[in-house]
Design a protein around this ligand. Sequence first.
Ligand code: BG6
Length: 493
Amino acid sequence: MDSSKTGAQAPDFDFVLFGATGDLARRKLLPALFDAHAAGALHPRGRILALGSQPLSHEAYLAMLDDEVLPALAGNAVAASWPSFVERIVYLQVDANAEPGFDALAELVNARAAPVVVYYLATAPHLFVRICEQLSRVGLTDQRSRIVLEKPLGHDLESSEEINSAVARFFAEDQIYRIDHYLGKESVQNLMAVRFGNVLFEPLWRREWVKEVQITIAEELGVERRGNFYDGIGALRDMVQNHLLQLLCMVAMEPPTSLSEDAIRDEKLKILKALKPIQPEAVAEKVVRGQYCRGAAGGDPVPGYVSEPGIPADSRTETFVAIKAEIANWRWAGVPFYLRTGKRMQSRVAEIVIHFHDVPCALFERPLGTPAGNRLVITLQPEESIRLYFLTKQPGDTQALVPASLDLQRPGTGTRVRRMGAYERLLLDVIRGRLGLFVRRDEQVQAWRWVAPILKTWQTTNTPPKLYTAGTWGPAASSALLSRDGMAWHEEM
Ligand code: BG6
């Protein structure tokens, strides 16, 4: 067995970070590497080679991290661990379109023979192929190398396949880690454990007992500093094609035959293939496209999307999508899966709600406003939890029911276990060579295939987004999407 895949501490590595001055690196990747470092999970010799196109000295880059990364880190370990963390970092100016930077990179990587070299492409996708060509030219695409590709990979099915094929010229599929950080979240892992580690849920996990499933990723933030990037993308490509569909797969997949990487990915692929295509004539009915306008966030006024920096005043890019999806297989036929994501929504919440059918006849008095049927709510954000809602008898001389819930996430082990962030877990998985939580090429292709007719229909009909006020739950049409079926979004229940 490959020794780099086992053991608590990751093997020695070089982590080559393209886009090291960018937003993702500063907000997510470097903090995640820091957390792994502070927890002692990184090999002591492991290095972070931070590459950016800016002509910064190594010292200026570290000063930037002191100003922009350090203050956002939380916890007691920070002061003690930060100096040793930055010792791992080497900044190198590399322009993806020029050769000299890659020659210097090769010299740096070859100066020692780390058993694992990770290339993380936190750059615009149009640079991916160019970077791979350059890595190959300087001899850095050997067996010990792994490449991490950020989403969205491409703009549509064709462009993503172009990139996948080009990358495949230099890296084998088991060297390619297509990251979807939602798969690294603890509750998503726990969803699998709760489903497949107990006999209780599995018999109920099907069309006979489940009335509907809702998956929401709502953000309170707007586009922030990413306007230029986001405007060409929109919520369908940014969130639905990847995060929401991956969560849907985790809910809907059949029990895998093992926990091996491909056993899980095979099952997810089957679900993606079983998703009913949304035909162009059904797009207006089953998909809601929205864009936020002026409103409030956290009690403060905030501008509309088209007034954000970098956004053209006539932009029609969507910042909100709600979809009624269906899975055409024996387990799920007829059960609606409502998917929803948006920026500048009322609050930050990411959750999966499995809504079971109501009892066939109600014997007990139910308090007004109590949602019918049991619900299993898997919350990914702001706090992670898995909660089962049911009704129980109100104590005393009454037959009335009261709502109660069970928290399934924190078994009382008595020991305090450190929670890992999604990026931290996934970056450690790359270094250890564990592919299970990364998206295989065929999954990605299938996800693009499913969103393609929606994108195409919006384009051909030139559908404008429905406006919603910042700080709300999205356009009214989103509530109507469910109320037509006699349902309501979880927060409206
Ligand atoms: C990213 C999207 O993949 O996920 C962003 O590109 C979004 O637009 C982010 O803000 C949300 O991630 P999280 O973990 O903060 O919910």
